[in-house]
Design a protein around this ligand. Structure first.
Ligand SMILES: [Zn+2]
Length: 402
């Protein structure tokens, strides 16, 4: 009988490499945040390498201008205004049907639960704003996972690797850069209109170069033993800089890590509550947490997003009731003509930062007040602060182990 050949992705190709471990790569869990020009390159490379579990996060839709630097997108996707994350996931499954590709159409800090970050081996940032990088840095610190950072402009690009306890994106920022970011942060909600920053000139070539270096660093970080034994050096604590106009490539030290930095919170003490989901109503959340932790007082701290119930016009006292997380308020204003035509300074919003048993909307679910599925929430009790995972949501985020 003729022997049937079983095709295995990467066999007799990658296993020729001295360092490549098939089982490590097949079972790896990598999240790529941002599916623009850099994200396209990183995602394509990860799928070609056979990375077993890839999560794609992006809130944006495809535009014609994206097509010039995005190998995964087509004209039809721009015509139909499809989501970048969704199309990228579909294309990755075409490139490599052996891998598990999932996507989230949403923002990295308000739509992706910390439970999912905690599941990842590595996160690759393909972002175009410092605010988004700072938010991702804080979440990766909380989740205690390494992340790769890439940026590009014109023919110049940078790659860095950050690892909790070792080095930090926020610590490496200048005071000026930090001030600019915090100004953006404080302008959330009604005061905030358009977060689109000016377009940065880039080329498909610089996206390929920087995306390739980012992927290579992610592949190294997956091979933890090889990193430890010195087979590889990563860019952890280093800064890779490529300048394409005159072909300068440099690697600098970049090891900033200051004691008083607010980014260094690590939520390692997570309590898993199997019955708790983002779809649980708030009154039931209190009961479940009280029973599990053996406490009486529970206050949920909304660390990433406040909840806005009312917006009042100072001018004529007119009330609007958005009942939405603060991150969605600027869209709410844009879609409400009466609000849209008012001056931002005329509007006052009532926002909740902490939710306790006096919160007037106890029948709302955690998701309805802005908590993403499979998140870890911070709660203050009479016995101290706890971090509680919405473990019932785990099944929404499949991870394939082979
Ligand atoms: Zn720091």
């Amino acid at each position: 009988m003729e022997e049937i050949e079983i095709k295995e992705w990467g066999k007799e190709v990658f296993d020729l490499l001295s360092w490549y471990k098939m089982d490590v790569v097949k079972n790896a869990k990598v999240m790529v945040v941002g599916a623009g020009a850099l994200g396209n390159e990183v995602l394509k490379n990860l799928a070609l390498f056979g990375v077993g579990n890839i999560y794609i996060v992006d809130f944006d839709t495809i535009e014609y201008t994206n097509l010039t630097r995005s190998v995964l997108f087509r004209e039809e996707d721009a015509d139909k205004g499809y989501f970048k994350s969704e199309v990228a996931a579909r294309k990755l499954r075409e490139i490599n049907p052996n891998i598990n590709v999932q996507y989230i159409c949403g923002k990295l800090n308000t739509d992706v639960g910390l439970g999912l970050y905690r599941k990842m081996d590595v996160v690759v940032g393909c972002l175009d704003s410092r605010l988004a990088r700072l938010q991702l840095n804080r979440l990766c610190m909380r989740a205690d996972i390494p992340w790769v950072e890439g940026g590009m402009e014109n023919l110049t690009g940078n790659v860095r690797v950050f690892k909790p306890g070792e080095n930090c994106y926020e610590c490496g920022l200048t005071e000026n850069a930090k001030q600019n970011i915090f100004q953006q942060l404080s302008c959330a909600g009604v005061a905030h209109r358009n977060e689109n920053v000016g377009r940065i000139p880039t080329t498909p070539v610089i996206a390929s170069i920087i995306g390739a270096v980012e992927t290579q660093e992610a592949m190294k970080l997956l091979h933890k033993e090889e990193v430890q034994s010195g087979v590889f050096s990563t860019l952890m604590g280093k800064w890779f800089h490529y300048e394409g106009m005159h072909n300068h490539i440099s690697v600098y030290d970049s090891q900033a890590y200051f004691e008083d930095c607010p980014s260094h919170e690590c939520w390692n003490d997570v309590v898993k509550i199997a019955a708790l989901s983002a779809d649980t109503r708030i009154n039931d959340v209190f009961t479940l947490i009280q029973e599990t932790l053996g406490v009486k007082e529970v206050e949920i701290n909304l660390r990433n997003d406040k909840f806005v119930d009312i917006i009042v016009s100072k001018n004529d006292n007119q009330r609007f009731t958005p009942m939405l997380p603060e991150s969605k308020i600027s869209d709410y204003i844009d879609s409400n003509y009466d609000l849209y035509t008012r001056s931002r300074s005329d509007l006052n919003q009532n926002a909740y930062e902490n939710i306790n048993e006096e919160f007037p909307y106890q029948r709302l679910t955690l998701h309805e007040i802005g908590i993403p599925y499979y998140d870890v929430i911070e709660v203050t009790t009479e016995n101290g602060v706890f971090h509680v995972e919405l473990t019932a949501d785990e099944a929404r985020f499949p991870i394939i182990v082979k």
